[in-house]
Design a protein around this ligand. Structure first.
Ligand SMILES: C[S@@+](CC[C@H](N)C(=O)[O-])C[C@H]1O[C@@H](n2cnc3c(N)ncnc32)[C@H](O)[C@@H]1O
Length: 281
């Protein structure tokens, strides 16, 4: 199950800045993701699938929750940033086409993966039968139509606001042209319902971003990781530097886009404990 091409995915785990991307994602979103996963009936012995595991922090958290006796399969097309650890098996796997076992998992989680994949609805249809009857799927995905503008303070004035706005606009156009569904975060609940899941629960989170915030560091990272794509799309080196400087300024203040964490349950089975009543609470 190996894949070297990653159609539709604009980042690349082979890039020199990929480890930084995964650190920022974990810093910005693991608290929200794990609080949401804690609502599910995870218990010692549970079997989990972490799709597009990236840096592997969520897979490691799951492994601790399901020990002893449980297991976590962490998959990624390029899994070099997910080291195998006790309780976590790592597999090179393309979720758009590589096989999945039927009825195997109590919990499947994916964060910021389906958003990038033009085949996201087909992927969702493949994930549902991989759940055990009564098992849960959690998708944590951005609604990238909802970024707040920069709020200029003190020395960070209109020029900084313009540099930030220009960066965000270019990034969103770049993502959309690569097949990203910018509104996927808020569409996931409907898609999961249509795919046959029940008990749908969709919680949004918005963050205040300052210069030191992991979410801001992720954006600054994007100016480097996607540099070649930004330049090909018409941004200049100077504009990218201005955006990076605006986001690194001590006066930087903006609101993030919304991150939706959406949960749904495969009907049937003994694992059918309602969200919020899990053994792990
Ligand atoms: C934006 S990163 C998110 C990483 C991690 N889920 C997180 O939120 O910290 C997306 C991850 O999905 C992986 N990915 C992209 N396309 C994939 C595919 N078709 N199948 C499996 N993984 C994929 C990437 O290699 C990358 O590690």
């Amino acid at each position: 199950m190996t894949t070297t091409q990653v159609p539709g995915y604009v980042f690349d785990n082979e890039h020199a800045d990929a480890a930084e991307q995964h650190r920022c994602l974990a810093g910005a979103y693991d608290a929200f993701t794990t609080r949401r996963l804690s609502r599910l009936p995870l218990a010692p012995g549970s079997v989990c699938l972490e799709v597009g595991a990236g840096g592997g922090s969520v897979a490691r958290w799951l492994a601790e929750r399901v020990a002893p006796g449980g297991s976590v399969l962490a998959t990624d097309v390029k899994p070099q940033h997910t080291p195998p650890t006790p309780g976590v098996d790592v597999l090179t796997h393309d979720i758009t086409c590589d096989p999945l076992p039927e009825g195997a998992f109590d919990v499947i989680h994916a964060r910021l993966v389906l958003l990038h994949l033009p085949e996201r609805i087909d992927v969702l249809r493949r994930l549902v039968p991989a759940l055990k009857p009564g098992g849960w799927l959690q998708l944590d995905e951005f609604d990238e139509t909802t970024y707040g503008p920069l709020i200029p303070l003190g020395a960070s004035g209109d020029a900084a606001a313009e540099a930030y706005r220009r960066y965000l606009g270019a990034k969103l156009r770049l993502l959309e042209s690569a097949g990203v569904d910018l509104a996927w975060g808020r569409s996931a609940a409907t898609a999961m319902h249509r795919a046959g899941l029940v008990g749908i629960d969709a919680e949004p989170e918005v963050q205040q971003w300052r210069a030191h915030s992991p979410g801001t560091a992720l954006q600054v990272h994007n100016t480097r990781h996607l540099r070649d794509r930004f330049l090909a799309a018409g941004m200049t080196e100077e504009q990218l530097e201005e955006a990076g400087a605006a986001m690194s300024h001590p006066d930087f203040l903006a609101s993030s886009c919304l991150m939706y964490s959406t949960q749904g349950q495969r009907p049937g089975g003994e694992a059918a404990v309602a969200a919020g009543q899990g053994a792990s609470r």
